[in-house]
Write a protein that binds this ligand. Structure first.
Ligand code: CAA
Length: 705
């Protein structure tokens, strides 16, 4: 194995290089290596200053996240970075941290223990630990406020977002941005400070003084809002507050206590699962190693509606010129106005410059003809969810698209193979299911047909990344991963209101569980007509005698389509603010009475269990049918596409944390009460529960095969 830490000498400057690819994480051996190198450099009479730098593309991306699981399992001692950082800080010779790429988490903590920090122009620094359900554990919450001030430290530690080089200098986190030759500039800087006193961050207390209590109160309120349900951001705030009350060492003890509380929580296990899951879903077993994605230089989209417009924005945002086709000039104009409006909102929030808005708009060519479609590398169909219409479009596309163009459908439920079959190139057909609003939601569900070629699959996955999405590969069945599972979730939501839960109680219970929105609020937002259309298409597939939801169709028959018509499950004012609608409540009651559905008090616990366990049970079937490659693909789908709380790790991980025997027992109870047609436990769930195994364990087994 190559050396993790190297020591070299450039005249009177020692250069310590951390070389632990891919991201120079602080894996076992790295902190020890840095410590030994610093001691050696200090002992060397020729050395006047010391530089610590990262090999490859980055400085240090933090602690080795894989180690946290081992600490929790008792296989490794608790985090021990702190004493090594004190040794750096106590070095009598100035230590200059030369940061290119990222200094994140433990990486920034190492950097702050140095006496000076110089940054490459594109460097970023941050304390992203809350995104793993933990807080900085090596004095980050104690040193950062000393450099950046309490307010900025609160923001960085509680929200976890990195900041850029220039801002880091302005805040006092770093001393200089070096343009041009980075190492050369760092050496020059080190020589210039060699004789100056080496300031210890831990002794710089000026910025900790006189901070009003309201600052922490505001930070807590914001954290409760922005990271609803999470404990780590509040712990980070507590640790920073401790820095203002206690001396450095007592503050570190408080940080360590809070860090350990967080690390051993299910929140941290879930968030770490999501971190690795987000990366795992990009790895497709069975795809040949040498498969090369097709380069996407030009795109075209059919349909400028909500989805089509959002998809076109994705291409434009990634710098890919895109044609958007509609059938009429009016529809096109409406669609383009929405796109411009979306960009204007981003510009108003300061997220985009006006120049960038114009650049992106210029990449979108609106038209009512197929002109230029023959040059597109990918054509994405985003029209209404109707099989006959989609087939007609694919027949037309097949005639005009170049032979090696990918034909993608944005269908959210329909059979990809049936669509592909009308073309002469089923190998080039694939599903790219975007989530609404497509310019915002991070999930891209890539649906492979039975004929989709490996190149086309690899291209769609790579395209997801290029568009800034997390792409998950699904197999072809009604609804794929996401919408197949969401069907029983909604079914239970409908049944529960018919059995006596109020619309408000139902939405609130799932919101309190952590979902971004309650299911009926989601439906009001998306439009009740979408589910209505799907139910009509699926009517022929229903098993006679099995209970079906009744109220949703009745609302649609009355033109109550949700927010867009001012009424759906709830009533909406002109600002789209929801309130309870007594007419909906009366309708539900009368429908239930006519259908002889017993009405009763329903607890929040039952609401959550029925909706979430329906999701899990279908998830297990999706897995055993091979529609999802791994349980983690389901988890990522639900977190990025359906607003499932990341801190619960996704539905399958959540089931693991509850315990599969317990989940199964509850499903059996529901089966007893509501019948096997609705609640037959998935065989895979039964098997895992019987064997004392977990969905995560099953994923691990597959990985090892
Ligand atoms: N530990 C272990 N592995 C890590 C890692 C870390 N800190 N950071 C990244 N990796 C791994 C990834 O899992 C990935 O592995 P595979 O190739 O096997 O999938 C590989 O490194 C490359 O990572 P990305 O695909 O994410 O590469 P990128 O270039 O898109 O992003 C990055 C690079 C911005 C550094 C990103 O990986 C990242 O944000 N990493 C996590 C940073 C972080 O959260 N640090 C805090 C750790 S906790 C801590 O430090 C606690 C403390 O106080 C001591």
């Amino acid at each position: 194995m190559a050396e993790l830490v190297r020591l070299a000498q450039l005249g009177d400057v020692a250069v310590i290089t951390i070389d632990n690819p891919p991201v120079n994480a602080l894996s076992p051996g790295v902190p020890e290596g840095i410590d030994a190198a610093v001691k050696q450099a200090v002992a060397d009479a020729q050395v006047r200053a010391i530089i610590i730098i990262g090999a490859g593309s980055t400085f240090i991306a933090g602690a080795d996240i894989r180690e946290f699981g081992k600490i929790v399992a008792g296989e490794r001692p608790k985090l021990t970075l702190l004493p090594y950082l004190l040794n750096i800080e106590d070095s009598p010779k100035p230590v200059v941290m030369a940061i290119h790429g990222q200094a994140l988490g433990g990486g920034l903590e190492v950097a702050m223990a140095g006496h000076y920090r110089v940054l490459a122009p594109k460097a970023q620094v941050g304390q992203p630990e809350v995104k793993l359900g933990i807080i900085p554990g090596a004095a980050g919450t104690q040193r950062l406020p000393r450099l950046a001030g309490v307010v900025k430290a609160l923001e960085m530690c509680a929200e976890g977002n990195p900041i850029r080089a220039q801002e880091a200098v302005e805040l006092g986190i770093a001393d200089k941005v070096i343009e041009g030759d980075f190492l050369g500039g760092a050496v020059e800087f080190a020589r210039a400070v060699a004789e100056k006193p080496a300031p210890k961050t831990r002794e710089r207390n000026e910025k900790l003084k006189g901070v009003p209590a309201a600052v922490f109160q505001t930070a807590r309120e914001q954290a409760r809002q922005k990271a609803r349900g999470m404990r780590a951001p509040l712990a980070a705030i507590e640790a920073i507050e401790a820095a203002t009350r206690l001396d450095f060492f007592a503050g570190c003890e408080e940080e360590a206590r809070l860090f350990n509380d967080c690390l051993f929580s299910s929140e941290a296990q879930a968030m770490i699962h999501v971190f690795f899951g987000e990366r795992a879903v990009g790895k497709i077993p069975g795809l040949p190693k040498d498969v090369k994605p097709i380069e996407i230089r030009r795109a075209a989209v059919i349909g400028a509606g909500t989805m089509g417009g959002g998809i076109a924005m994705n291409y434009a945002n990634a710098g890919i010129p895109v044609i958007v086709k509609e059938t009429t000039a009016e529809a096109l104009e409406r669609g383009m106005a929405i796109i411009r409006g979306n960009y204007a909102k981003s510009a108003a929030k300061g997220k985009l410059s006006q120049e960038a808005v114009e650049q992106r708009m210029a990449l979108i060519t609106p038209q009512v003809t197929y002109d230029g479609f023959e040059e597109a590398d990918i054509i994405t169909e985003a029209v209404f969810e109707n099989m006959a219409l989609k087939k007609r479009i694919f027949e037309e596309l097949d005639k005009m698209a170049k032979a090696d163009a990918i034909l993608a459908t944005n269908t959210s439920t329909l059979d990809i193979d049936e669509i592909a079959a009308v073309t002469s190139r089923p190998a080039m057909v694939i599903g790219t299911h975007f989530f609404s609003p497509a310019n915002v939601m991070r999930l891209l569900e890539v649906v492979r047909g039975k004929a989709s070629s490996p190149e086309v699959i690899a291209t769609a996955m790579a395209l997801g990344k290029k568009l800034g999405k997390v792409a998950v590969l699904a197999g072809n069945c009604h609804g794929f991963i996401g919408n197949r599972m969401v069907a029983p979730y909604f079914r239970e939501a409908y049944f529960l209101v018919e059995e006596g839960a109020s619309v408000e109680a139902l939405n609130q219970a799932l919101y309190d569980f952590g979902m971004a929105m309650g299911p009926l609020a989601v439906e009001d937002l998306a439009g009740l007509d979408i589910g209505w259309a799907i139910r009509k298409e699926r009517a022929a597939h229903l098993k006679p005698g099995v209970r079906v939801p009744l109220v949703a169709d009745k609302l649609c028959e009355q033109g109550r389509f949700g927010q867009k018509s001012g009424r759906g499950w709830s009533r909406y004012d002109e600002n789209r603010k929801a309130s309870a609608d007594p007419e909906t409540a009366a309708l539900i009651e009368s429908v239930a009475r006519s259908a002889r559905i017993e009405r009763r008090q329903i607890s929040n616990g039952e609401i959550v269990d029925r909706c979430i366990y329906a999701l899990i049970n279908e998830g297990a079937r999706v897995l055993e049918d091979g529609i999802a490659l791994r349980a983690v693909d389901i988890d990522i789908t639900y977190i990025y596409g359906y607003g499932f709380p990341a801190w619960r790790g996704g539905p399958m991980f959540f089931a693991d944390t509850v315990g599969l025997p317990k989940v199964l027992a509850r499903i059996e109870e529901f089966k007893e009460r509501h019948g096997a047609d609705l609640w037959e436990p998935a065989p895979l769930l039964k098997q895992l529960a019987a064997d004392g195994k977990t969905f995560k364990g099953l994923d691990k087994q597959k990985e090892q095969r």
